[in-house]
Design a protein around this ligand. Structure first.
Ligand code: C2O
Length: 513
């Protein structure tokens, strides 16, 4: 059961949305969503749609769960999959791309060269690839070679004709079209396809990087080319890698947060809306390692919690808010940490439609992909077996600029895809945070932040009745409520199979303060 306050000494305001995103409840019954944005949007207290929902706290007053969803509590991730794939598996209507919609509601055309359904061929990788491309950490010695080739490849991509599907802008647009509503679902002309905030997050980005890497290799005439990964989960990788910062380099992007250039240490729990609490680099590194532990291990105990919630053909993906732990953070948070707050939508990295225009996007996602393999190989060992997931397909242009359709089930074995990750130390694997922090951060109040850390020793704890009767409360102090737990003891096996979820419903707050 999740305690009512964050169990570690991290920000209080960052974490409430984690409870919601990570519950195994299906949130596709959320009512009152009328807007056209594609990601699970919420409205601010003035009724406006926020400029981006990356890393946004869900406003709980917007959520109305269908009662049936509660039946899922306690069944966990293993018992409720459908056993037969939908007759039609989920796939994008690639041949009929339309304008994508930016978070500010403006259309943006990021459609690739169109291909008719007949031109798209199926791509199924061989059972064992001929070569192994080794993705290495950008800051490591072997990674330096990957980085040098990467720089060359990006340069070549940027110099391809604008209408070549392998051109850098075209490649960046792949992400835009898939993320912001460029495609409908095949067979459902009124339903959007989307690849964030669900179980499609890891496999989509894996395939996307696969073809991106193959295109680089083709242009470099080097089959062994492998992407570098941005190793932000390790202390030596927690800054923007040096080569991305050379002005004039093909890897440079001026649309980045200027306060986050080296030597700034990344904040893996960055929230653009919260006044940053500046801590010294050593402390930030410790926080980061604890965040990693929390997202990879504590919050990632089942495929649904780690990889995200199901979406199937015929689902309205605009109603889905089912991101897995790593997608929420550090994935989203590192996007917004990198993006430029001077830009209207934190471009480039801070918003879906433009994120892949920054060459750092691909090494960022190589690290996300690497964390997925660590979770599968070292931590958890299993992924979904649901046919609706396995049969979902995507379409990309390959290294020969031909459109190919690929399936989720064919990207699960890296030896078939022909790449591997350089083994590097995993410093967060034993960075378990202390069970219950004595201190909390209350970053919404400048005063409170400056006076940190605050000790909780003298806080009176009201019982739940007292607390609810006295609402609304001004959150100028810690409010703790004890919730009676129906069943206390569960075997290790029970815990593994079924997540226990505390659903906090009906909390409203004024996000302007
Ligand atoms: Cu498709 Cu990092 O986002």
């Amino acid at each position: 059961m999740y305690p009512p306050i964050a169990p570690t000494n991290y920000s209080f305001t960052h974490f409430p949305h984690f409870f919601l995103h990570q519950s195994p409840l299906s949130t596709n019954k959320i009512l009152n969503h009328q807007s056209v944005n594609l990601v699970c949007k919420t409205k601010d207290s003035n009724g406006n749609i926020p400029k981006t929902n990356r890393n946004k706290k869900l406003e709980i007053s917007e959520l109305k769960f269908d009662r049936r969803d509660f039946l899922l509590i306690g069944f966990g991730s293993s018992g409720i999959y459908s056993t037969v794939a939908n007759l039609k598996s989920l796939s994008p209507d690639f041949s009929n791309c339309v304008d994508a919609i930016k978070p500010d509601g403006k259309p943006v055309n990021c459609c690739p060269k169109s291909s008719s359904a007949a031109e798209i061929s199926d791509f199924v990788p061989n059972s064992v690839a001929a070569t192994t491309r080794v993705r290495a950490a950008a800051q490591s010695v072997s990674g330096a070679a990957n980085m040098a080739k990467y720089k060359k490849a990006i340069d070549l991509m940027k110099n391809l004709p604008a209408d070549d599907p392998r051109n850098f802008t075209q490649q960046a647009n792949v992400h835009c079209a898939y993320c912001d509503g460029g495609y409908n679902q095949e067979g459902y002309s009124d339903l959007k396809f989307g690849i964030h905030e669900s179980w499609l997050f890891f496999p989509f980005h894996r395939w996307y990087l696969y073809f991106f890497e193959k295109i680089c290799g083709k242009l470099l005439e080097d089959e062994t080319f492998a992407l570098p990964f941005w190793n932000w989960d390790s202390p030596s990788g927690m800054v923007i890698p040096a080569m991305f910062n050379e002005i004039g380099s093909p890897l440079y992007d001026r649309r980045r947060n200027q306060d986050h250039l080296p030597p700034a240490v990344a904040d893996l729990n960055w929230d653009e809306d919260v006044l940053p609490v500046r801590v010294n680099p050593e402390t930030q590194i410790k926080y980061n390692l604890s965040i990693m532990y929390k997202q990879m291990i504590t919050n990632g105990t089942t495929p649904r919690l780690f990889m995200g919630q199901p979406v199937r053909a015929g689902d309205d993906i605009t109603m889905k808010c089912g991101a897995g732990s790593i997608e929420i953070a550090p994935h989203n948070t590192m996007h917004t940490w990198t993006g430029d707050p001077r830009e209207p939508n934190t471009e480039n990295m801070g918003v879906f439609y433009s994120a892949a225009r920054d060459p750092i996007f691909y090494p960022h996602h190589a690290n996300i992909d690497r964390l997925w393999t660590i979770w599968v190989n070292k931590l958890h060992g299993k992924v979904f077996t649901d046919p609706d997931w396995l049969e979902t397909s995507f379409v990309f242009y390959n290294e020969d600029a031909n459109p190919v359709r690929v399936k989720v089930k064919d990207c699960l074995d890296l030896s078939r895809l022909g790449y591997a990750y350089e083994e590097t130390p995993i410093p967060w694997i034993d960075a378990k945070p202390r069970p219950r922090g004595k201190y909390v951060r209350i970053p919404n109040s400048l005063e409170a932040t400056q006076a940190l850390p605050k000790t909780l020793d003298n806080v009176r704890i009201p019982n739940s009745l007292e607390a609810t009767q006295a609402l609304p409360k001004i959150l100028d102090n810690v409010l703790k409520i004890t919730v009676k737990r129906p069943k206390k003891f569960r075997s290790a096996k029970e815990k593994q199979e079924a997540e226990e979820v505390l659903l906090i419903e009906g909390i409203e707050y004024d996000s302007n303060h």
